[in-house]
Design a protein around this ligand. Structure first.
Ligand code: FAD
Length: 410
């Protein structure tokens, strides 16, 4: 008889799991609490869905699962993902290794997955929030809002984490995993902006600039990233900030002091900055004002802020700037410090770090505690950096969990 499989959560991982389980001959039912599947996919990549990346390695992920990631990607990696979507009819656009649907629409990704589920006669229960999963002698029982209690041969949990709860993933999956006895590695919002104490953030809110951002925990540099930094009225945002946000979130949660050092001249070495910024520029502009001196060096609003923080009047002649104030200005250009007092909440985070302990699942993503229960996607303690890595984990882990739940020997 065909194996009956329930997939809990119709997101990226859940739909992929459902498709691969059904392709392997299982009778699959997807439970989705929203009134439609795949809501989060629509908002990914600013509506364009950066669904994968050619530069893929376990080093692009955090959490407890380096060996697990390698094993899963060895079974279903970027190449298999590209083949999968191509076979579903989606043309792919490669932007310097970042992969998108060529249509420019995240909805394409969702549509092709939905059509394939339809073709495979996957049953989709929407408005069906699963409240309880129990392992019984004759299968795994699933209880959901508005549905009769049903028994399945296997269940795949793909409820996501707690990020962007408006799309349906609000941490419910962790409650279900705990019911089954699993340990949840503490979760924090990740790929999100940092809230800072400095009032000056308001003065430069809206400014975007190239920068290198280094995160310090109790004064020790722990990670850094470079790219377009965005200033907001509450702090700092943008890709380089997103990339370091999980470390900040965990450190703050554990009561550490967190600061970020911002290098506003990321393309210059110290020697170049010294030569270009200080010696040559000062000599050339000796008769001009401090405002003119910073104009063109960095964003104008930022330049004026740096003058203020250095105690230099905008109208002061460059030649008259005291050496100590000049040195301060130079230092601030390379190292503007902000005190991080928090991250943005889950509502404004792209992913949730932490989740189901990877040590408690096998290499084919089956629970080591409850046979025939599988996990895939963000519900596991695995989170990737920005750039298509989180969706790739959803596709890969979904495919592997779906196939092995259906009885394929991986
Ligand atoms: C704004 C934004 C932009 C992003 N952009 C990108 C990007 O460009 N590239 C990238 O790689 N990643 C991106 N991500 C991250 C990526 O979208 C997620 O990592 C990925 O969607 C996780 O997939 P998932 O299937 O594990 O979980 P989800 O997509 O969160 O899906 C989980 C599903 O389970 C359902 N559910 C939860 N609990 C229950 C329950 N008890 N019963 C029934 N159903 C339940 C939810 O409603 C939801 O539909 C972005 C995230 C956000 C928020």
């Amino acid at each position: 008889m065909d194996r009956r499989i329930a997939v809990i959560g119709g997101g990226a991982a859940g739909m992929t799991a459902a498709i691969w389980a059904a392709r392997a001959g299982a009778r699959v039912t997807v439970y989705e609490r929203n009134d439609r599947v795949g809501k989060k996919i629509l908002s990914t990549g600013s509506g364009k869905c950066n669904f994968s990346n050619e530069r893929m390695s376990a080093a692009c992920y955090h959490g407890g699962g380096t060996a697990l990631i390698d094993g899963v990607y060895g079974r279903f990696g970027v190449r298999e993902t590209k083949d999968f979507f191509t076979e579903l009819g989606m043309r792919i656009k490669d932007r310097d290794g970042y992969l998108y649907p060529a249509s420019g629409q995240a909805s394409t990704v969702l549509d092709v997955l939905r059509y394939e589920m339809e073709r495979l006669a996957v049953a989709v229960h929407t408005g069906a929030q699963v409240k309880e999963i129990t392992a019984e002698a004759d299968g795994i029982a699933v209880s959901a809002d508005g549905r009769d209690r049903e028994r399945y041969d296997a269940v795949i949990l793909t409820c996501g984490g707690a990020a962007a709860p408006v799309t349906g993933s609000d941490g419910q999956g962790f409650v279900l995993a705990r019911m089954l006895g699993h340990r949840i590695v503490p979760t924090v919002p990740a790929l999100t902006a940092l809230r800072c104490s400095e009032d000056f953030c308001k003065r430069v809110a809206g400014v975007r600039c190239e920068a290198r951002v280094t995160l310090y925990i109790d004064g020790q540099a722990v990670c850094a990233d470079a790219g377009e930094l965005q200033w907001t009225d509450y702090g700092i945002s943008g890709i380089p900030v997103f990339q370091i946000s999980r470390e900040a979130a965990y450190a703050l949660r554990d009561g550490h002091e967190v600061t970020a050092g911002i290098d506003l001249l990321p393309d210059m070495t110290d020697a170049e900055a010294e030569r270009e910024f200080w010696t040559a520029r000062r000599a050339r502009m000796a008769g001009q004002t401090a405002e003119q001196f910073v104009t063109g060096l960095v964003n104008k609003k930022l330049g004026l802020l740096l003058l203020k923080l250095s105690g230099i009047r905008e109208t002061a002649r460059v030649a008259d700037i005291p050496a100590s104030a000049g040195r301060k200005l130079e230092r601030l250009c390379r190292f503007l410090t902000v005190t991080v007092r928090g991250t943005n909440p889950y509502a404004q985070a792209q992913v949730c770090a932490g989740g189901v302990d990877c040590a408690e699942v096998t290499e084919t993503l089956e629970s080591r505690l409850v046979p025939h229960v599988y996990f895939a996607g963000e519900i596991l303690d695995i989170d990737g950096i920005c750039g298509g890595y989180n969706l790739q984990w959803a596709w890969s882990s979904g495919a592997v969990a779906g196939r092995s739940a259906a009885g394929c020997r991986e």
